[in-house]
Design a protein around this ligand. Structure first.
Ligand code: LMR
Length: 331
């Protein structure tokens, strides 16, 4: 958490001094937990490139991917303490800061990534970028990874197949409940521990996107994958308010414009990256891919349906309703 307001004061003074004296560019540290070749990893690199091209007199972006500087357990504290200036955590890891973003964890709420993007672009989505303002967190944009799939050490065709298994999950209460509803146990583990938890047998399954599964080599320790597209993995590109507000208005606007441009690029390419990684997993031959009939998929949806009601008050019925209107298929 925020250790000392003095940290901010010193950071702000350093920045102010540097504007006046045309000093060295201010370093923006961008820390994240995935590899460079995932939607978020590529977005971070593009952000770095555009800042270098357009604002190199003012900023230098340093990227720390794949939990090399901070991981799931400490990146938010590092942001609030101004040790890093940008992170892009999964929306599933923010329920201790705001309940509204839990809407993204409700399974089978969004039909596909296009629906997710429609929601994020509309008023309610844009408002959610400010959901953590009281915690001094500024949302700069939503970056999508993709839709999640289930994987395990056995075939998961129907919900009861998951009974008794232990799944690695992101730190989300809704996802914990999602697995309880199908008779499984969920353990919240940092992303960086996923591979070893599966390799050692500590957990037998997980849920994630094709790009996260492939880039962490999880397919080599998960022999079965079920294509459910049951939920979304999406991020908030964020900075801390004290850092952000210490920037001159013009500079801040130019950084935001770069963030907006990268957001468009990440969200345009995410689906293709995941499709390619799905193919690489299939062609690697390590895992069997199960696809579901509409009736089989409906059984998973039905099993998890109680979550909508359970979390409605906590998230806000208006937020859920706004999300429901972005789908184009009838249910
Ligand atoms: C996970 O923990 O599975 C993901 O949130 C990792 C990420 O940042 O995509």
């Amino acid at each position: 958490m925020l250790k000392s307001p003095l940290n901010y004061l010193f950071a702000a003074l350093a920045l102010t001094a540097s504007w006046g004296a045309a000093a060295d560019p201010v370093v923006i540290k961008f820390s994240h937990v995935v590899t460079d070749d995932t939607p978020k990893g590529k977005g971070a690199l593009l952000f770095q490139k555009l800042v270098q091209e357009r604002l190199s007199d003012k900023f230098k972006v340093e990227i720390y991917p794949n939990s090399t500087l901070y991981g799931d357990n400490d990146e938010m504290a590092a942001l609030l303490d101004n040790k890093v200036q940008i992170i892009a955590p999964s929306l599933s890891k923010l329920d201790q800061y705001t309940k509204q973003l839990e809407v993204f964890d409700l399974p089978f709420l969004f039909d596909d990534l296009n629906a997710v993007q429609r929601f994020q672009r509309r008023d309610t989505g844009q408002r959610l970028l400010g959901a953590m303002a009281s915690k001094k967190i500024v949302g700069l944009g939503f970056w999508n990874n993709g839709m999640k799939q289930f994987t395990a050490t056995k075939e998961l065709r129907k919900p009861s197949d998951a009974q008794g298994l232990v799944f690695r999950i992101q730190a989300s209460n809704i996802i914990t409940d999602q697995f309880s509803l199908i008779g499984a146990t969920a353990v919240k583990l940092p992303f960086a521990q996923s591979f070893s938890a599966m390799q050692s047998g500590k957990v037998q399954g997980t849920e994630n996107t094709w790009s996260n599964l492939y880039s962490q080599k999880l397919h080599t320790v998960q022999p079965y994958m079920t294509e459910t597209n049951h939920g979304v993995l999406s991020y908030m590109l964020m900075t801390n308010a004290t850092f952000w507000n210490s920037l001159p208005f013009d500079t801040r606007s130019r950084l935001q414009a770069i963030a907006d441009e990268v957001t468009v690029s990440v969200n345009r390419d995410a689906e293709a990256i995941n499709a390619k990684n799905r193919e690489m997993i299939v062609s690697s031959g390590t895992s069997k891919l199960l696809t579901l009939t509409p009736a089989e998929r409906q059984a998973w949806r039905d099993a998890m349906a109680p979550l909508l009601q359970k979390y409605s008050d906590e998230i806000g019925a208006d937020v859920i309703q706004a999300a429901q209107t972005v789908n184009r298929k009838a249910h």
